[in-house]
Design a protein around this ligand. Sequence first.
Ligand SMILES: Cc1cc2nc3c(=O)[nH]c(=O)nc-3n(C[C@H](O)[C@H](O)[C@H](O)COP(=O)(O)O)c2cc1C
Length: 358
Amino acid sequence: MEFGGILGFDIGIILAPMGADVSGPELVAAVANAGGIGLLASPVNGYDVTVKAIQETKKLTKKAFGAGVLLEFDNERTIKAIFDEKLACLEVYWGDFPKEMVDEAHKHGIKVIHQIGSVKEAERAIAAGVDCIIAQGVEAGGHIIGTVSLMALLPRIVDVVGERDIPVVAAGSISDARGYVAALAMGAKGICVGTRFIATKEAYANDYYKQQLLHYTEAETDRTDLYGRLTWRAYVRCLNTPFHQKWRNAPDSIQNDDSQPIIGRTIVYWQEIILRRFAGQVANRTTTGQLQDMVMLAGQGVGLVNDIVPAAEVIKRYVEGAKTIIQGLREKYHPDSTPPTPTTPEDEKWTWVDKFCF
Ligand SMILES: Cc1cc2nc3c(=O)[nH]c(=O)nc-3n(C[C@H](O)[C@H](O)[C@H](O)COP(=O)(O)O)c2cc1C
């Protein structure tokens, strides 16, 4: 079991690139400043707007960060902007990222992180030469590409990766330090967190949405394809709100087209958007309208989300909590072992429990 940084970052905790702009500049910078791996939710296929979002982030942090891109859409211009801005890493999701593109990213000094939901996808990502794989379980919030729970998927992906120098990161309902340590015990080198980071001061989500997270439990989410069918018909996990309960069995023909009433307005990355019923967008800070009738993406780990705190505090709780658990395990099972003496400044940063566990 290894505990520590990955991909050159101090801490192996990835902020999921939560769209459309929940993981905006403020949240990404906060996570980066706290030593984690902040991934910006990229604007869809726009060069200038992506550069602008990256520049906004750079104003808030001197630390390295990355961005996430959805391969479901044509995102050539967004990817070019990420390459030109030479971010530390590019996360890709929902599709194949060919070897030529991985090579191109590497030429720009950018590491590629591929989020997958199955062994087959992981095999293709490995063949393409990615630097990191996020294994996403079906309990995750937001879009979910697979159908397998993290507990079953993660060790399989760890086995498929084998001895290769490709850290496997676990995603899906890891909302506190216990989940972090469990993921490490199953062979992950880090975790990718979405839902817990929505309930932070810096997340660009609407306050109403953040507040709702505090009141729902692990039994009150649903896997559904009801939202955003017009642009992207895919499964997401969301809160099972009264609105969702009423419509969750709506027939396939129901979609967020012009026949649906307008339920709100929002601005996403400087662009105004009209929200119709069943739109796929979550409410951000600018959103007005029937907030209770908008999709609220969240993972089953929402039951562990009980407060809205700064992102740095979330990271601290994961790291300190994990250290306490690991230290307890060490004392229980290896009471006579002595911690290695730190010899370099790098070692000083990490006490014995951090890097050298079992
Ligand atoms: C609001 C929201 C939006 C998301 N948007 C994206 C996205 O644009 N790209 C992506 O790779 N993953 C996205 N995800 C999924 C995350 O990458 C990750 O798998 C998930 O958040 C982990 O589960 P958790 O939310 O239970 O922590 C999103 C998740 C949420 C909750």
